[in-house]
Design a protein around this ligand. Structure first.
Ligand SMILES: [Zn+2]
Length: 345
C-alpha cells in the first residue's frame, strides 16, 4: 500500500467531536449521537466505490441493485414556463429556463448553452395561444428582433420549427452536436455563490462548469433550489456553527437531525428529459449523483463522467481556506467523492 492508500484507509476512525468545545449542549445527548455516527459510512458502499479503484469511472451497478435503490419510481412532472436569452459578462449567451413542478413550490432552473436545446413542455402548442404568446414565453426558434411576428419561424435566419399533429415539437437530428451533452447538476448555495463563502467550493464549481460549457458551446446546468444539501439556509447556518465547534460537514447535519445529504435529483432527471438531453456527459465527482440522475429506469444515460478538480489543486487560483480544505476532505472521506488528489489528513 502506498502512502496515499494508507492515508485513505485510516479514514473513518478519526471522527469525534471534541466535547469540551460544545459547552451549551447536553453532552450526553451529543455523545450518544456521536457514538452512533462514528465510523458510519453515509452512503452504501455499492454506490460509493473507493477512490483507490481507478475504474470504472461510472459506477457499475446491476439492474437489480438499481431497482432496490431508494429512488422514486415515477419522475416528478415538470413544466417549463419561460425561457429567455441572457447575454453574459463572460461572453457566451445562455438560455435561462424556469420550471414549475408537482412536488415543491420552488423555481428550479435550467441554464442552457446552445439555442437548439429545447424544452418539450415549453414548445408544446397550447390551445388558443398566439405566436406573440409563444415568443413572450420564449418558445421561439433563432433570435428575437423588433418587429418579429412568428415564433415558429425566424425569417432572418430562415429557421423553422416543426410540430406533430398533437402540437408537440419534433426534434430534428442535430448534426452539429453529435456527442453527449455536457451537463452539471448544481444545487443552490447562497453562501458560496453570492456571499463569497470560502467554506465550500460551490461558487467555483458553478463558474467552472459554466466556463466549460461556454467553451464547448453546448451544455446544460440544472440549477436546483435545494440550499445546504436540502436543509435550507437557516439550518445550514446552524450547521456552520457546529462546524466551527469541531464537527465535520456530515456530523453537523446529523447533529441537527438532518440527513447528511437531503438532496433529491429526480427533478434534474425530469428536467433533462424535458430538454431531450437523454445521453449526457456529467460533470461531477459524486458517484451517487450519477446513478441518482439516471433514475430508477435510466431515462437519462450518463455516458461519461468528467471530474471537477478544484482550481486550487491545479494552480494558484481558486479558493484557499482551511474551511474549504476540510469540506473537500469530508466529501472524499465520508461521501465517497471521486477526487484524485489526496488531501493532507
Ligand atoms: Zn456551497
Amino acid at each position: 500500500m502506498n502512502s496515499q492508500a494508507e492515508d485513505i484507509s485510516k479514514v473513518g476512525n478519526n471522527h469525534t467531536i471534541n466535547e469540551n468545545n460544545i459547552a451549551t449542549v447536553d453532552k450526553k445527548v451529543i455523545k450518544d449521537r456521536i457514538i452512533n455516527f462514528d465510523n458510519m459510512t453515509v452512503l452504501s458502499p455499492s454506490l460509493t466505490p473507493s477512490i483507490l479503484n481507478e475504474e470504472p469511472m461510472i459506477p457499475n451497478i446491476s439492474e437489480k441493485e438499481r431497482q432496490n435503490l431508494p429512488l422514486p419510481d415515477k419522475l416528478p412532472i415538470v413544466n417549463c414556463i419561460a425561457r429567455a436569452r441572457i447575454p453574459t459578462t463572460n461572453g457566451p449567451e445562455i438560455f435561462l429556463h424556469l420550471y414549475e413542478n408537482n412536488i415543491d413550490n420552488k423555481e428550479h432552473l435550467a441554464i442552457v448553452f446552445g439555442e437548439d436545446i429545447r424544452s418539450k413542455t415549453l414548445y408544446k402548442k397550447r390551445e388558443g395561444e398566439t405566436q406573440q404568446d409563444r415568443m413572450t414565453r420564449g418558445a421561439y426558434i433563432g433570435k428575437l428582433f423588433p418587429g418579429r411576428t412568428e415564433a415558429d419561424y425566424d425569417s432572418q435566419l430562415n429557421l423553422r420549427l416543426k410540430f406533430n399533429s398533437n402540437g408537440e415539437l419534433i426534434y430534428e437530428r442535430d448534426t452539429s452536436h453529435t456527442e453527449p451533452t455536457l451537463v452539471r447538476i448544481h444545487s443552490e448555495c447562497y453562501t458560496g455563490e453570492t456571499a463569497w463563502s470560502a467554506r465550500c467550493d460551490c461558487g467555483e464549481q458553478f463558474d467552472e462548469a459554466g466556463r466549460l460549457m461556454g467553451e464547448n458551446g453546448h451544455g446544460c446546468m440544472v440549477y436546483l433550489r435545494q440550499e445546504g444539501r436540502g436543509i435550507g439556509l437557516g439550518e445550514k447556518l446552524k450547521a456552520y456553527n457546529l462546524q466551527d465547534l469541531g464537527a465535520d460537514t456530515v456530523q453537523a447535519n446529523l447533529l441537527l437531525r438532518h440527513p447528511a445529504d437531503g438532496r433529491s435529483f429526480s427533478l434534474a432527471t425530469a428536467i433533462l428529459d424535458d430538454l431531450n438531453l437523454l445521453e449526457i456527459q456529467l460533470l461531477t465527482n459524486n458517484p451517487d449523483k450519477i446513478i441518482a440522475v439516471e433514475g430508477k429506469h435510466q431515462v437519462i444515460k450518463v455516458i461519461e463522467r468528467i471530474p471537477m478538480v478544484p482550481l486550487a489543486w491545479r494552480s494558484k487560483e481558486g479558493i484557499q481556506s482551511k474551511e474549504v480544505e476540510g469540506y473537500l476532505r469530508t466529501k472524499i472521506e465520508r461521501m465517497g467523492h471521486l477526487l484524485e488528489k489526496p488531501l493532507k489528513i
